[in-house]
Design a protein around this ligand. Structure first.
Ligand code: SAH
Ligand code: SF4
Ligand code: F3S
Length: 463
């Protein structure tokens, strides 16, 4: 149901402010999202759910009756941002607006958010989003403090047919929610609830619906996407990957994030067998030191990890590998940092996301002294970034002269330039000879003429 907008409508004539909430007449919302891809996709599902409930999305918070804030608490900085922003919202409270704090900070802080920001009406973690329609009804009925908090009990996943995807070509499907790994530094097991997978039939139905709607790329999501356990017992993760890759109309399938503990040879075999599965694996190692890995509770050693990398390197297709690294974990020595640097050089990753260790509430590592000073963490971060840049400078050069399929993501029409992404997830900037640029979401072939440590440059070729 589309409700009428206020401009020219009842609101203006009677001198009410545009920002007033008109329950039952006009329900507008504004949403802001931080954090990982799972949060981005949750917001798409929340948007779809709100629209189904008769709310209309606006792009400016000043026009919204309900302001939703989907938060991240993976590192301290992310969490600080939330309270900073909530403080800014304070000035809007006099205008009759309602506020909802969603996501990982909501789950982590719970009702404490009402103390810090009394103008907030809804506090909900991701494991409670399926109750959103009920929470909205209570809000509309005038309730002031509504919580949706999970105690790691829920077995349910947030599946909805009302997802409002931002990109018409490429879309996410969450297949695993929560996490049971309890890495010593990480908040996710506490903020996202226990690990639970979505039935393969439901995932396949959504993939087919997306293909019918014109999507050509699907990205399967989970904090541990490869710990997928089909509740119906029909498919392994690798079988599900292959099945999604075989949906008519789907040209690319990605999956993120894989945990080394659950990485199987079957996944590499699936990539080799099904051409639509992208030749890229994101397999975060976190540290190259077996001692640090044990302290992090990652449950693998350097050698065990490198064995999985050897499987990937032995594939028939050249599979690009990327990783996440944490520097400055409590007690990390200079020699252990060096082990991480040599691991980067041994694996030859195509991209690494490197973070300074940040002590998080509730986590086991919180009890360990955060022993490494901030400036030392900054230095260590730089060591890793410099060493990795050199790996990528050499590594990206292998693409010189290659012809590859690129999915078009953006244009600079005046300069005849196009930006896209390769199957290996690399950014490719290219030019075209024809006056008409290839459409967004199309897949032209591009010859690589120049390489950089983070991107490729080329020109479109016929065919
Ligand atoms: N589930 C994924 C990662 C989730 S969080 C995995 O297991 O690999 C994304 C990244 O944030 C992690 O890979 C890690 O490198 C980083 N991270 C998580 N907690 C952190 C913390 N407390 N301090 C610094 N970086 C952290
Ligand atoms: Fe966090 Fe570890 Fe779970 Fe990844 S696997 S989300 S790093 S606890
Ligand atoms: Fe942040 Fe929560 Fe994702 S902590 S990284 S939004 S799972």
């Amino acid at each position: 149901m589309r409700l009428r907008t206020l401009s020219g409508g009842a609101g203006e004539g009677v001198g009410q402010r545009r920002s007033t909430i008109y329950w039952g007449v006009e329900k507008t919302f504004y949403i802001e999202t931080f954090g990982c891809q799972m949060n981005a996709h949750d917001s798409e599902k929340v948007i779809g759910t709100l629209e189904h409930e008769g709310y209309m999305r606006v792009q400016d918070e000043a026009d919204a009756g309900l302001i939703l804030y989907n938060t991240c608490s993976i590192r301290d900085k992310a969490e600080q941002k939330v309270f900073h922003r909530l403080n800014e919202y304070k000035r809007l409270q006099g205008e009759g607006k309602r506020f909802a704090v969603l996501g990982c900070v909501a789950q982590q802080e719970g009702e404490k958010i009402f103390e810090k920001a009394p103008y907030v009406s809804i506090v909900s973690g991701s494991a409670s989003y399926r109750k959103l329609p009920e929470m909205l009804a209570r809000l509309e009925a005038g309730e002031k403090r509504i919580t949706g908090l999970d105690d790691r009990q829920t077995e349910e996943t947030f599946d909805t047919e009302f997802t409002s995807r931002t990109n018409p070509h490429r879309g996410y499907i969450t297949i695993v929610e929560g996490c049971d790994k309890f890495c010593a530094y990480c908040v996710v097991p506490y903020t996202r609830g226990k690990e639970r997978s979505r039935a393969s039939d439901s995932v396949m139905a959504e993939a087919r619906r997306m293909a019918d709607a014109g999507f050509t790329e699907i990205q399967l999501l989970g904090q541990n996407v490869n710990s997928y356990r089909d509740p119906s017992g029909k498919m392994t993760f690798a079988e599900l990957l292959a099945a999604v890759g075989c949906v008519a109309g789907i040209r690319r399938v990605r999956f993120t994030t894989s945990h080394p503990r659950d990485f199987t040879r079957e996944i590499v075999q699936a990539i080799d067998a099904v051409p639509t599965l992208c030749d890229h694996v994101h397999l975060p190692v976190q540290s190259g030191s077996t001692r640090v890995l044990a302290a992090m509770n990652r449950e693998y050693t350097r050698e065990w990890y490198l064995e999985r990398i050897a499987w990937i390197k032995a594939a028939r297709r050249e599979i690009s590998m990327t990783s996440d690294i944490i520097v400055g974990f409590p007690g990390e020595t200079e020699a252990e940092l060096e082990e991480t640097a040599t691991l980067l050089e041994e694996v030859k990753y195509d991209a690494v996301f490197c973070f300074k260790y940040s002590s998080r509430p509730n986590t086991p590592a919180m009890g360990m002294a955060d022993s490494i000073a901030e400036e030392e963490k900054v230095r260590r971060l730089q060591v890793i970034l410099d060493r990795q840049r050199e790996v990528q400078r050499k590594g990206y050069a292998r693409h010189l002269g290659q012809v590859m399929e690129v999915m078009v993501e953006g244009h600079n029409a005046s300069r005849g330039q196009v930006v896209g992404r390769s199957s290996q997830n690399k950014t490719v900037n290219f030019t075209v000879k024809q006056p008409i640029l290839p459409a967004l979401g199309s897949y032209p072939m591009v010859r690589i003429t120049e390489t950089f440590p983070n991107s490729l440059v080329g020109e479109a070729v016929a065919g």
